[in-house]
Design a protein around this ligand. Sequence first.
Ligand SMILES: Cc1cc2nc3c(=O)[nH]c(=O)nc-3n(C[C@H](O)[C@H](O)[C@H](O)COP(=O)(O)OP(=O)(O)OC[C@H]3O[C@@H](n4cnc5c(N)ncnc54)[C@H](O)[C@@H]3O)c2cc1C
Length: 319
Amino acid sequence: MKTLIVPDPTWQENPTDEQLARLVGAMAPWGECALLVAAETWPDDGGSRIEWAGVTEWIVVEQGGVTDWPAANWVRRIVSLAGDFSHIVAAASTFGSTVLPQVAARLDRAMVTGVQRIQSPDTFVRPVLAGNGLATIRATGQPVCLTLHLAGFAPAARINQPTPRIRHLTAPLLVDGSGARLLARTPIVRGQRPDLASARVVVAGGGGLAKAGHFALIEALADTLGAAVGASRAAVDAELAPTAWQIGQTGHIIAPDLYIGIGISGAIQHLAGIKGAKTIVAINHDPSAPLMRVADFALEADLYEAVPALIRALKTPPP
Ligand SMILES: Cc1cc2nc3c(=O)[nH]c(=O)nc-3n(C[C@H](O)[C@H](O)[C@H](O)COP(=O)(O)OP(=O)(O)OC[C@H]3O[C@@H](n4cnc5c(N)ncnc54)[C@H](O)[C@@H]3O)c2cc1C
């Protein structure tokens, strides 16, 4: 078994090895892995990124200084390499969810999205029915295309191993025939906060923050705890938080040690994203909110009083 791993090119805008480590960690137990990257967005930084257990090859595509590949170019490049691999894998991010189904369609091979667990090289577990059930799926034929929810996978170990093979490919500038043109890319600066998909502590805000009109309280509590910031869809729809922070069925699936949901009702689509959280804390002035019922600790309070008090208490040194 040999897997072609396609890291999300946007990870380079918010550099973190955690997501790549989890992607490799998911596949390395099953055999060799190769990483496919664009030279322009993933420059060689002296080798620090290549010491993952299980990665035997980096395939680096040079495309004449072009940094913004349309999805169609990724699809064509991956399809051209597919014959060498049993699995083609990306994160269940916007990138992976856009590119890999097109690859599977071109190859006429199986596509399994949002995989949470790999039972064997051909058997995968993914959530269904808004996270209320798990489907176990057997894929026939190779290569199998997979997108993974990274929170469910342990990161690969960084090791001192012989430097993997680096294969340089030069891609002719392909034309995207879709009729869509990229006009601008705006990186979302995450600063020093941990990555939401793999953070150990997540502080999330919801529609209850609408009265404030901003997420400052949520961010202040997250920064006090060294946590990632998440949001419900109501908060994203109200433009209190960027889409990249959304947790749930149509957002990130997270599995932190501690999740604190503030002013979030706990709709089924939101709960689908936090099922893996080890401890759930809810702050809501409505005790009948579904999140209050599933929480390990439920604080019935006005968030505008409770959150500042919590921040003050956390910042007060113990006597
Ligand atoms: C196909 C589909 C996919 C979806 N995907 C997602 C998804 O991925 N993620 C997601 O989150 N949602 C998703 N939704 C939307 C989901 O159904 C809910 O509408 C959304 O989760 C509601 O967000 P909320 O609980 O923050 O907001 P609200 O429903 O507005 O709840 C706000 C909560 O804040 C509390 N509150 C208000 N003021 C205060 C205060 N001062 N102090 C304390 N508490 C307060 C209220 O009691 C209430 O419980 C999806 C919906 C559909 C149909």
